[in-house]
Design a protein around this ligand. Sequence first.
Ligand code: HEC
Length: 143
Amino acid sequence: MRRIAVVVACLLATSGIVLAQDPIAQRRDVMKGVGAATRTGTQMAKGDIPFDLAKAKEVLSTYAKAAANFHEYFPTDSKTGGQTTAAPAIWENQADFRARFDAWGKDIQAASASTTDLATFRESFGTVTKACGACHNTYRIKT
Ligand code: HEC
């Protein structure tokens, strides 16, 4: 019984560590996923790889998840460290930063609904990827 209690305590401690994971590493991972999805999307839009509707929807769903959660990874104690490229403007304009993700999320939802083939994907992919540079210009420091 005692052993079980110890094991449970250890498991809880480990999961606590997972939950309190470094927010900088988490948000960089999310954006790395967005970057990888964008490479796939670009290749499809250009015709470098065959168009695949399931893959196109996957690209958009990776974006949708990022748009929904990304703003959560910016506690005030994560302004520096971990090779972050997050700009101080994020904490100065939190409402705008959040609003951009909400607007991006809406565009992504519309894009996902309208994507049925290569032509519609090209168009919607072009729309949702405009947000990348627009946000990075303001909220990411150049390295
Ligand atoms: C509303 C803001 C916003 C939008 C939209 C956005 N990003 Fe980002 N992105 C950020 C911020 C902030 C960082 C810096 C995170 C950090 O270093 O802590 C970042 C970092 C990145 C990184 C670097 C990840 C790393 O290795 O550290 C890549 C790649 C990236 N974004 C790609 C994209 C692409 C591609 C899109 C569009 C499809 C996109 N982002 C849309 C805010 C945004």
